[in-house]
Write a protein that binds this ligand. Structure first.
Ligand SMILES: [Zn+2]
Ligand SMILES: [Zn+2]
Length: 363
């Protein structure tokens, strides 16, 4: 089928709205009409060349939609189902998958078409790559069935979409990766879409103190609404000292949700003994972090985080149930909904710090 999509052809160039072709679903594939797709900082990083990806590509990796068609071996969704998609594809058979960590699957290629097969997305003879196997900035998506999960159809799709990346990453970083303990103290560096999700995850986990750190006063104000108990603007104070004072000795957990080496260093230094720093943000290729190793005598830890250590098939419906109960605020995270042709302005709004999330919506 022919659809409109926002195509990235070169770094630092506006995306162009083009007609592209989607193939018919193969046996394990699902054709989804896109209803909404969040615009994530990682899309912007990719457009700017900080994250490498084959070009041309259709960006967008936080989509929700309605199933139009399924291949003959698809069992988890059916035509008409409301679904969200996540980039954490998994083969189901590699050691990581079998040990229960499908987000670290080492054979996600098993979910792709072979090199000799017709491409999922193309424009005449030109192959177009769906970004991270999704390609959500398009009127429809052709996905592997393990990229999608069925959701409660009463949940608005322009809210559910956020669970595809920001919420799964941030809430999952708190609940799955760090396993924040009830009554603990938490510092969150960055109060954008992912940082706000970490704050909500820490609140859901029962943290007693959640300190949000951001340079943008508007984002700090918003962090308080999502569950932060304190805020720090690093422009005005020494962050590490301030956190140590507020927590009376250091945070039990600190999350870096921006992707800046210096912030990961601060996240480590602000910890209490035995505290855990979690790198959630994507630090640009080529940058390095410098840590004074003396702090490791206090048994502090730094751990990585891939997409909130998700098991998307079970996590996504779980998070949406928390939303339905009013315990996870997705409504407040969506600053704007705009049509596909405003995707470049959505990137500008991220850079300007104007939004927690812009969601593209489709008719
Ligand atoms: Zn993302
Ligand atoms: Zn696997």
């Amino acid at each position: 089928m022919q659809i409109k999509a926002a195509v990235m052809r070169a770094t630092n160039q506006p995306l162009t709205i083009e007609d592209v072709d989607l193939a018919a679903p193969g046996p394990e594939e699902v054709l989804v009409k896109t209803v909404a797709c969040g615009v994530c900082h990682s899309d912007l990083h990719t457009m700017q060349g900080n994250i490498a990806t084959p070009l041309p590509t259709v960006l967008g990796h936080e989509p929700a939609g309605i199933v139009l068609a399924v291949g003959e071996r698809v069992r988890n969704v059916a035509v008409g189902d409301h679904v969200i998609a996540c980039t954490s594809l998994f083969c189901g058979a590699c050691p990581q998958c079998v040990r229960g960590w499908p987000h670290l699957c080492t054979d996600r290629g098993a979910c792709r078409r072979g090199a000799d097969d017709a491409p999922r997305m193309s424009n005449g003879n030109e192959l177009i790559h769906p970004y991270v196997d999704l390609g959500g900035f398009a009127e429809a998506m052709l996905l592997h069935f393990r990229a999608v999960v069925k959701i409660d159809p009463s949940i608005p799709l322009d809210r559910a979409a956020l669970v595809g990346c920001a919420v799964t990453t941030g809430v999952g970083a708190a609940l799955n990766t760090a396993q924040v303990a009830p009554g603990s103290t938490v510092a969150v560096f960055g109060a954008g879409g992912v940082g706000i999700s970490v704050i909500q995850g820490a609140r859901i986990a029962g943290a007693r103190q959640i300190i949000a750190i951001d340079l943008n006063p508007r984002k700090l104000e918003s962090a308080l609404k999502f569950g932060a108990t304190d805020v720090i603007n690093p422009d005005q104070t020494d962050v590490v000292k301030a956190i140590k004072k507020m927590t009376r000795g250091g945070a039990d957990y600190a999350f870096e949700a921006v992707g800046v080496p210096k912030l990961l260093e601060q996240a480590f230094y602000c910890l209490a003994p035995r505290g855990t720093a979690v790198l959630v943000g994507a630090i640009a290729m080529g940058q390095t972090v410098s840590i004074n190793p003396g702090h490791f005598f206090q048994e502090k830890r730094i751990i990585g985080c891939m997409m909130g250590s998700n098991r998307f098939t079970v996590d996504a419906p779980h998070y949406l149930e928390l939303y339905r109960q009013g315990r996870l605020d997705l409504d407040g995270m969506v600053t704007r909904t705009v049509p596909l042709d405003q995707v470049n302005d959505a990137f500008r709004a991220i850079e300007a710090g104007e939004v927690t999330r812009t969601v593209l919506t489709f008719n």
